[in-house]
Ligand binder design. Sequence first.
Ligand SMILES: O=C(O)CCC(=O)c1ccccc1C(=O)O
Ligand SMILES: [Mg+2]
Length: 315
Amino acid sequence: MNYNFQFKTYQRPFKIPLKTAHGIWKIREGIILSLTDKHGNIGQGEIAPLSWFGSETLEDALAFCQQLPHLISTEIIFTIPDCLPACQFGFESAFIELSSNNAVDLSQLQYSGLLPTGEMVLTHWKTLFQQGYQTFKWKIGVDKITEEINIFQRLVNIIIETLSHSQKIRLRLDANGGLTLEEAEKWLETCDLINATQELIEIEFLEQPLSINQFDLMLELCDRYSTPLALDESVANLQQLTYCYQQGWSDIFVIKPAIFGSPKKLKNFCQNNQIDSVFSSVFETDIGQQSALKLASELLLYNRAVGFGVNHWFV
Ligand SMILES: O=C(O)CCC(=O)c1ccccc1C(=O)O
Ligand SMILES: [Mg+2]
């Protein structure tokens, strides 16, 4: 089967620039592509690279799209090289939209809301809570650790004061690989203490405390603390996920479908290995998000909230 191929780029500014341990992000840029079959059916896909996570750059993705002919075959879609994981996702997603019956039920998914960094979190969490979120993620490793732990303790106290007894809130901390070993230990002590003493709050996990090349240290931290750890940057694509899984990682794996690579290969991996996964956004638009959420609802094993509560970050 051949498809008519078209693409265009997009730019979406954040309401407030996003701060992570990697720096400040102001505009999300990507590519929307469409495949049209001979009956005129259209499938859309999104290429939303995250090069600081190890995917291709937007420029790489654009260059790939520009050298393709206007008429492309199924074979082209399934032989995109592994060095273009966001392109693999974009093209396969459009193909899936065209070729499957698409009846995936997303209504059972729980969402994690992404909180702003710094003191703003102390008021903003409540807006999201009132919208129905019960799981939140807060970025750390952005400011001085003493300041961040201080704000975090205040956040925990405010949440406890607000909740009534049957309610429970889950908090995720994401360091984006920006902590030192000592800082990671300090955070894990803090989390373990909260988990041992607070019934209404669960610190669900600490995400990517250390950089990718400190994988062995993160494995040791799993043994030393009871708060679970999640890998994110370390498992950005199938090759990395396979490596970490084989090295014995048995805590949580964050999967960002939009940069992970071929959805078909992701499905294959998740169906053959029972991993504890959290599916997460890369600030793709609704097009990439729908494809990613369909994968999440098909592959999620332990019903953890998906990290797609991010739309309030955009205008
Ligand atoms: O996972 C979530 O809950 C929100 C999304 C998120 O944190 C994120 C969004 C874009 C790029 C990187 C990350 C990250 O998890 O590090
Ligand atoms: Mg992360």
